[in-house]
Design a protein around this ligand. Structure first.
Ligand code: GLA
Length: 736
């Protein structure tokens, strides 16, 4: 290792002797600085708060080990690398030199491209940076190509690399599983390699997430501290690596997971790696989240500037028991509570094979007329009668071996020749081969047919309930079978692009056995995602907390469901279920006809109040205050409007013991010298809170906070072991 370090030092001396061109890639508050000496190696110099002109001028890598901005394999073998290849002649080394760099302005962004070429081979890498000018995000990716005679094998092809200076650096990342997605893990970075990866093939955020945060100055804090955030924008398998070697730096790599995905790159073909979005904030984890959220709403998420409708989804209410009268009743009920949209979930389709359970019919996207004699027309008619919009569930990338589609096109499923397919959900589910253009056309047509026949459909819930269990594509040639995962996602994106081109206004939810598709690779095509199939309000606090690190509330579908809960069997009072659901994109997932009038009334009031706070929740800035993971007995967060003249504060008790001491929660994100009037929403107590309708300075609320009663003061028979509060804050002018 020492020898390697010496070599690096010599190399860097050599580089500084070249005419070094500094590249300053900057956003409103951050700078990423590279050194791009023509004929030398592209080097990373700095990432952090925006540099002044003089700091930028004097910034140098002298005294520090300097690192390549995109390390390649072959001339410094012991180090981890971003790119490794095998040339047609068997040579496994690369030595990339800067040819030139270019910048161009795009709407709201500056794109810097550094062109690299191998010293000997006609092998090229463009390292690209897109620096947004209205939000502190820099997206980086590479474009790899060659003009060699034979194909070049890509063994490793990360999107990006970032060195992170050691010094008590902590990693925050998300892990979980089905019905327990978005769990937060926080750990110090120790020597060795930390790998976060996905190999599902279809869904990529159940067990781990492709987004991380690095707290650079000790244990992660929500509202102070230097933090780097990174999000890989990719719909498929990914791998994030953090190598802590014997140098002064942690080495962070992110990209497509290369396992079983070696890529044969043809002459002149361009291999574009997915973007890694980077952000930096010195306002802690919440500050980093606010950067991601703003970028999501302004640039990434479909319709990030449009308020989401309050909906009822039929799944937990009726499961597969779909029928005309039942749908009409649910539409009537959600409309009477003030809802704006009804979504019919699974169970509406199939002709020869009817979809009465999860073991058949995917692919046969025709209405089951025994259940719905008036067809979708009848449902749209009823939606119009109730003055709400209508949405529908599909799972287009899949089939069942019991389906007309599979009988007609057995060659369309992913599986190896001479092998029986491993089957998924219901014992019969299979995944279609999206790399095949005929399959892409078929999937596009599912949406196109629905939307052409029924243009009034407002919303699609697009599900995906199986992993790629079988490696094998009938469409790809024998020597390109290792392209299967990558081609699946290229095909998926092509379909999404076609749909968005033709149906730009359609609302589409990404669902994948719950929260399997929470990733910025999906979000340009999707308006939101289903956070989890687990709708238990208590567990949702933990899942939504983690998910909010990277994704804004507007994208997080959060529904009020029944008690006892269908996944945890926990009985949580309606007030608490509402108070949790109202911190995301509010909806319902319940059979309203089983609710009492009093419960319906509470929901009706909550929906009316949500409409008032919707712009703050969906477009506002998040400040996480007390983490459920800190086990202090309470969790709390708030959203403030951009102008900071309005805010919504959430407080949920996470455990219930008598005479327990809970912390008083200090608010954040308000204007210190402004005065805010406080009002409780969803009140169930017989008496208003002591501070109801009173006004306090932002400074008092942020340095002291309000004393929230631990329990609800309700009639004896209504008492239970849960309590929660939502406070609405509005700036007022006090006459002196
Ligand atoms: C998945 C989804 C659920 C529901 C069912 C329908 O599990 O996550 O919300 O749509 O499929 O089969």
């Amino acid at each position: 290792m020492k020898k390697q370090f010496y070599l690096l030092a010599v190399l860097s001396l050599f580089c500084t002797a070249l005419p070094a061109q500094k590249l300053n890639i900057s956003t409103p508050n951050t700078s990423l600085v590279l050194e791009a000496p023509q004929g030398g190696e592209l080097k990373f110099l700095y990432y952090g708060n925006k540099l002044s002109a003089s700091d930028l001028n004097d910034l140098t890598n002298s005294g520090n080990a300097s690192f390549s901005a995109y390390p390649v394999y072959g001339m410094n073998c012991p180090s981890e690398t971003a790119l490794s290849v095998k040339h047609g002649d068997g040579n496994m080394s690369l030595q990339m030199e800067v040819v030139k760099s270019e910048t161009k302005n795009e709407d709201k962004a500056v794109i810097t491209t550094v062109h690299l070429k191998d010293k000997v081979y006609p092998f090229y890498v463009d390292v690209c940076y897109k620096a947004y000018q209205d939000v502190d995000i820099i997206e980086t990716w590479t474009e790899i190509k060659h003009e060699e005679k034979k194909p070049v094998v890509l063994n490793q092809f990360s999107s990006a690399y970032l060195p992170i200076r050691r010094g008590n650096v902590w990693l925050s990342s998300l892990y979980g599983s089905w019905a327990n997605e978005g769990r937060l893990a926080q750990e110090p970075l120790e020597p060795g390699m930390k790998v976060i990866k996905n190999k599902d093939g279809v869904r990529n955020s159940h067990t781990a997430h492709a987004e991380v945060m690095f707290s650079l100055d000790g244990q992660p804090r929500e509202n102070t501290g230097s933090t780097i955030g990174a999000a890989l924008c990719y719909t498929g398998n990914y791998k994030l690596r953090i190598d802590t070697d014997d140098s002064e730096y942690h080495h962070f790599f992110a990209g497509i997971n290369e396992d079983n995905s070696t890529y044969n790159l043809k002459k002149s073909e361009v291999f574009r790696t997915p973007e890694l979005a980077l952000t930096y904030s010195d306002e802690g984890l919440s500050g980093t989240s606010r950067n991601f959220h703003r970028w999501a709403r302004l640039h990434k998420l479909a319709h990030g500037n449009v308020e989401r409708k309050i909906l009822l989804n039929s799944w937990e209410g009726v499961y597969f028991d779909i029928n005309q009268a039942g749908m009409d009743q649910m539409m009537g009920d959600i409309a009477s509570m003030g809802g704006e949209l009804f979504v019919m979930d699974d169970g509406w389709f199939g002709d020869k094979y009817k979809r009465n359970s999860d073991n058949s019919s995917l692919g046969d996207w025709v209405v089951d007329t025994t259940k719905l004699p008036d067809g979708i027309e009848g449902l749209l008619r009823d939606a119009k009668k109730h003055n709400i919009k209508f949405g529908i569930w599909i799972e287009p990338e899949m089939s069942n071996t019991t389906s007309e589609l599979y009988e007609k096109h057995p060659e369309w499923i992913l599986k190896a020749p001479q092998r029986d397919p491993v089957l998924g959900r219901g014992g019969t589910q299979v995944v279609l081969d999206l790399g095949n253009p005929a399959v892409q056309d078929f999937i596009f047509k599912i949406v196109d047919d629905l939307m052409t026949k029924y243009p009034k459909i407002d919303y699609i819930k697009w599900d995906a309930n199986m992993a790629i269990m079988n490696h094998g594509s009938n469409y790809l040639t024998a020597d390109n079978q290792s392209h299967m995962y990558i081609e699946f996602h290229r095909g998926f994106e092509k379909v999404c692009q076609r749909i968005r081109e033709k149906y730009p206004d359609l609302t589409i939810q990404a669902c994948a056995s719950g929260g399997g598709r929470a990733n910025y690779g999906y979000l340009p095509y999707f308006d939101e995602f289903w956070v989890s199939d687990n709708t238990d309000a208590l567990q949702r606090i933990y899942m939504q907390w983690g998910t909010s690190y990277f994704f804004p509330a507007i994208a997080m579908a959060s529904h009020i469901s029944a008690a006892p809960n269908h996944q945890t069997f926990r009985t949580i009072p309606l007030k608490y279920r509402i108070d949790v659901a109202m911190s995301g994109r509010l909806g319902m997932e319940i059979q309203p006809k089983n609710m009492t009038d009093e419960e319906k009334e509470l929901c009706k009031k909550a929906i009316a109040d949500y409409k008032m706070i919707r712009p703050i929740v969906q477009f506002g800035d998040i400040y996480r205050l007390v983490s459920p993971y800190d086990r202090l007995g309470v969790a709390s967060l708030m959203y403030t409007s951009e102008a900071k003249d309005k805010a919504v504060f959430y407080w949920w008790r996470t455990e219930h013991f008598v005479n327990e001491h809970l912390p008083r929660v200090k608010m954040a994100g308000l204007k210190a010298d402004a005065v805010y009037r406080v009002r409780e929403l969803n009140r169930i107590d017989n008496e208003p809170l002591p501070f109801e309708d009173k006004s306090f300075s932002g400074s008092y609320l942020m340095t002291n906070g309000l004393e929230i009663p631990y329990n609800h003061k309700v009639d004896y028979h209504k008492q239970n072991d849960y309590s929660s509060r939502i406070l609405y804050l509005e700036e007022v002018t006090i006459s002196k």
